[in-house]
Design a protein around this ligand. Structure first.
Ligand SMILES: Cc1ncc(COP(=O)(O)O)c(C=O)c1O
Length: 379
């Protein structure tokens, strides 16, 4: 069944189509000038020194773990309330993820106090996820990183242009990743970005992105190089110029799209914060944020009730989701035996409601009416 109100809607118009068409007609479609233009836009918009485009955020996270030097025998602390990629990247480099709990239902990001409790002599880093685009407690996390000499990777995939105390998410830790997957704030189908202020990390990221090759095909095709060396073990994590040209159009619209999402969120908050037995995470946040998704958490509830409430909402034609099932409970991670009571509760009792700039006041009202009726009716 197609939902009357989907969870997300693509902010595409003729500009993305025209940009892709122009790149196809240009005769150069793999990584080239459009990627360079996109990277420069990130540098300018984020006020960061280096940006390296990637095939997706998962690869960007893999690269982050490589350039941070995580490896076999190391432990890296990460949340479990996230998409599996934020933890899998630690495994890709042979290190062990150590899960830390969240702060609580009102702040569903990793808890700095639990990070500190989980530190051992093997801890080398922290992967932070800014859920829904709301900042983790970065002052506390960076203080811990300095105290124990740890590297910090920001999975900022939910938070393009989100701010924490005036700083853009992704520019606070050592390096960061963004996603351009179809349902993200910047959509290209697949795609991602690595950013850092560290020259050495960025140079390594660029090498790893393309087989460790010292020159790229585009440089050779344009006469800027005639040969290459392979200087480290790299991968093919490149994004093509067709997608980069779409990302450029998406970036041009981003600020405006996020401003409208701020209004959508306010309309939601006005209603949702008045419903008994419901918490809206980060409701007290007043900074500019991406509002990638709209999570709500049911209080004194159960997974079974949450699922019935979701069914009720779906029957009204509104799509919902769950962000996320706890990673530490997946088959490949459960043997690590992580004990995370707050993550367990929230992952069993969270519902994600539709969030996008084109949602109308009437639609938001209908979603809130339906959600409130479900919460009241289903005990
Ligand atoms: C928090 C988080 N990290 C990483 C990823 C992976 O992004 P990609 O699909 O671009 O690899 C996602 C994707 O949903 C995500 O939500």
């Amino acid at each position: 069944m197609a939902y009357k109100i989907p969870l997300f809607n693509l902010n595409f118009d003729d500009r993305e189509a025209q940009a892709a068409y122009a790149t196809i007609k240009s005769g150069w479609i793999s990584t080239g000038p459009k990627n360079a233009e996109l990277e420069q836009m990130f540098i300018d918009m984020w006020g960061v020194k280096y940006a390296v485009s990637m095939s997706n955020c998962t690869d960007a996270l893999h690269v982050c773990c490589m350039v941070c030097g995580f490896g076999p025998g190391d432990e890296v602390i990460c949340p479990s309330l996230t998409f599996a990629a934020s933890c899998n990247c630690i495994r890709y480099v042979g290190a062990t993820p150590v899960f830390a709990d969240i702060v609580g239902a009102d702040h569903i990001n990793i808890d700095p106090k639990d990070i500190e409790r989980k530190i051992t002599s093997k801890t080398k880093g922290i992967v932070v996820v800014h859920m829904a685009g709301f900042p983790s407690q970065m002052d506390e996390i960076m203080a811990i990183a300095r105290k124990y000499n740890l590297k910090v990777v920001e999975d900022a995939c939910h938070g393009p242009l989100s701010e924490y105390k005036g700083k853009k998410l992704g520019t606070i830790g050592d390096c960061a990743s963004f996603s351009f997957f179809s349902n993200k704030n910047i959509s290209t189908g697949e795609g991602g970005m690595f950013i850092s202020n560290n020259e050495e990390m960025a140079a390594k990221a660029r090498l790893i992105r393309s087989h460790g090759m010292s020159t790229m095909s585009y440089q050779r095709a344009t006469g800027h190089a005639t040969e290459y060396d392979i200087t480290c073990l790299g991968y093919n994590f490149r994004m093509d110029d067709i997608r980069a040209s779409i990302a450029i159009e998406q970036l041009k619209k981003l600020k405006g799209d996020l401003e409208t999402r701020m209004t959508v969120r306010k309309l939601y908050l006005d209603r949702l914060t008045k419903i008994d037995g419901v918490v809206v995470p980060f409701a007290d946040n007043t900074e500019f944020v991406s509002n990638y998704i709209l999570p709500v958490v049911l209080l004194n509830s159960t997974k079974e009730r949450r699922n019935k409430i979701r069914d009720f909402i779906h029957k009204a034609g509104i799509q919902t989701s769950v962000h996320y099932p706890a990673v530490h409970k997946f088959s490949i991670y459960k043997d690590l035996g992580a004990v995370l009571p707050k993550t367990d509760y929230v992952t069993d009792n969270e519902i994600t409601l539709p969030m996008y700039a084109a949602l109308t006041k009437e639609q938001i009202s209908f979603i809130c009416d339906t959600f409130e009726a479900a919460v009241k009716e289903i005990k």
